[in-house]
Design a protein around this ligand. Sequence first.
Ligand code: ADP
Ligand code: ZN
Length: 217
Amino acid sequence: MRAIIFGAPGSGKGTYASRLQAKLGINVIVMGDMFRELMKQDTELGKKVKGYVEKGLLVPDDIVIETLKQRLSELPKDNGFIMDGFPRTIEQAKSLQALTSIDVILQLDVPDWIIIERLSSRRVCHNCGTIYNIRFLKPKVEGICDKCGGQLYQRPDDTPEVIAKRLQVYKEQTAPILQHFKEQDIPFVVSTATALETPPEIIVEKIMVELKNLKLI
Ligand code: ADP
Ligand code: ZN
C-alpha cells in the first residue's frame, strides 16, 4: 500500500501513522522528522531548513523533494509506505507522482479549535519521536517516554504564533492538493474529528476497516 496521510498540522498524522506502522509493519516516511534531524546538524542545509521551520513556513520545494528522493532510495522497493507531511504543495504532489503511484489518501479532517488545543499541549520524545499530549494522551510518568524512557519536550514550533502561521500555510498552500488528488480518482479514506479526546485506537480501527474494504491491507 502506498498511502499519504493528509491533514492540517496537529490533525494526528503522526499519531495514527505510527500506530498503523505498528499494526501493518509498513514504512512511514515522516518529512518533519527528517527536517528535525537536518536541523540538529550544524550544516548550511540544516541552518537554512531551520529558518523556515521556526517561522512555521514551508521549506522550499527543491530541498523537500531532494530530501524525499534520498529517503525513498533507501527504502526496499515495492514494500509500500505511508507518507506523513508530504506532499504539502501541488508541486510536491506532482513530483511524488512522477516517482511512484499512490493507492489511497487518508484524510484527517479536524476543526481548528481541536488542533489548537492539541498542539499547545503536545509533547514529543527526544529519543524515539513518540507523540504525547499532557492533557489527552499522557505518558505514565510525567516528562518521560513510556516506550523508551527518553525525555519529552515541546516542539519550538508548537507556540501559539507559529501554530497560527502553520494553519494559515496549510489552508493556502497544502489543502488545495486534495482537489488535485480527487480529480485523479484516487480513493480517499476520510476521518472526521468531532471531539478532543477520541482515543487514537478507535480512529485507527476505523481506518483499518476502510483499508480492508478497499483491499489495500
Ligand atoms: P506538523 O504536521 O505538526 O505541522 P511536521 O513535523 O510535519 O509538523 O512539520 C514541521 C515543519 O517542517 C513544517 O511546519 C514545515 O516547516 C516543515 N515541513 C515538513 N514537511 C514539509 C514539506 N513537505 N514541505 C515543506 N515544508 C515541510
Ligand atoms: Zn521514546
